[in-house]
Ligand binder design. Structure first.
Ligand SMILES: NC(=O)c1ccc[n+]([C@@H]2O[C@H](COP(=O)([O-])OP(=O)(O)OC[C@H]3O[C@@H](n4cnc5c(N)ncnc54)[C@H](O)[C@@H]3O)[C@@H](O)[C@H]2O)c1
Length: 251
């Protein structure tokens, strides 16, 4: 899909590593100028430099999506550097190292924190970016959901179900501005965060039930992300695309 994002400016949150890093590289390879945004500023810098080293155009921006002010500063940095915003990938979330606590007895403040980052963080970024997209005549947003949205996966899964709802609802509000919003729901994808957070035998058990019997790699998700940002999906909005090796259709 080389060149399909030529002249576009795309922000990818949570792109200091894992899937987000894969998205940032793919978006750059498709021709876009990339804002590599993450709480981990050093990691974001490393990824942006590596994209530049490969001949791409990228800038690193530190952002905390738990703060509206920080999200607005991220959007302002994109506009100051590249003149505007055409695409936003809401990939940042609490996933690696997350504690899985009982909904009935777990720490309620922690429950609220996961929601604040995983769900409200995506909305904060949309609120910070949509005006620039509108000024440029439209844009495309990709939210990162998860197949966990359709499983009993505790607070994390519920936040991803919330992301699906946010995607559908915002599609209506943003449609009048020619801004599209869709989501990707990945299955188990082989990142440090997954390996550190879910025991290997649990992942292997899931993989054994999938049609394609392997973990996903970040690269397996990138084509869908670039497609959803590009004009090839110009009449698609409010959709949740599952990319999971054929796991959830069997459940
Ligand atoms: N790996 C999987 O199996 C899998 C499956 C489905 C969905 N997902 C989703 O994909 C995304 C990336 O997952 P990953 O496996 O690469 O995990 P990851 O933990 O490596 O990625 C999350 C990124 O978000 C950043 N981040 C966290 N809090 C932030 C904040 N407040 N502000 C800004 N950035 C923040 C982290 O620094 C990190 O770089 C997440 O949304 C996750 O829920 C992952």
């Amino acid at each position: 899909m080389s060149g399909v994002l030529e002249e576009k400016v795309v922000i990818v949150t949570g792109s200091a590593g894992g899937i987000g890093e894969g998205y940032a590289r793919a978006v750059s390879e498709a021709g876009a100028k990339v804002v590599v945004a993450d709480l981990d500023e050093g990691g974001a810098k490393r990824v942006a430099e590596s994209i530049q080293g490969a001949g791409g155009d990228a800038v690193a921006v530190g952002v905390d999506i738990a703060s509206g002010e920080s999200c607005r500063a991220m959007a302002e940095a994109a506009v100051a550097t590249y003149g505007g915003i055409d695409g936003l990938v809401n990939n940042a979330a609490l996933f690696g190292g997350i504690k899985h606590e009982s909904l009935l007895r777990g720490d309620f403040d922690y429950y609220l924190k996961i929601f604040d980052i995983n769900m409200h963080g995506a909305l904060r970024c949309v609120r910070a970016c949509f005006r620039s997209m509108r000024e440029r005549g439209g844009g495309a947003i990709v939210n990162q959901s998860s197949t966990a949205a359709w499983m009993p996966a505790g607070t994390y899964g519920i936040t991803k179900l919330g992301i699906n709802g946010l995607t559908r609802d915002l599609a209506t509000e943003l449609g009048d501005m020619n801004i599209r919003i869709n989501a990707i729901a990945p299955g188990p994808t082989d990142t440090e965060a997954l390996r550190g957070g879910v025991p290997g035998e649990v992942i292997d058990g899931i993989v054994s039930q999938m049609a394609l019997k392997r973990r996903g790699q970040p690269e397996d998700l990138c084509g869908t992300c670039v497609f959803l940002l590009s004009d090839a999906s110009a009449w698609m909005t409010g959709q949740i695309l599952t990319v999971d090796g054929g796991h959830t259709f069997r459940v």
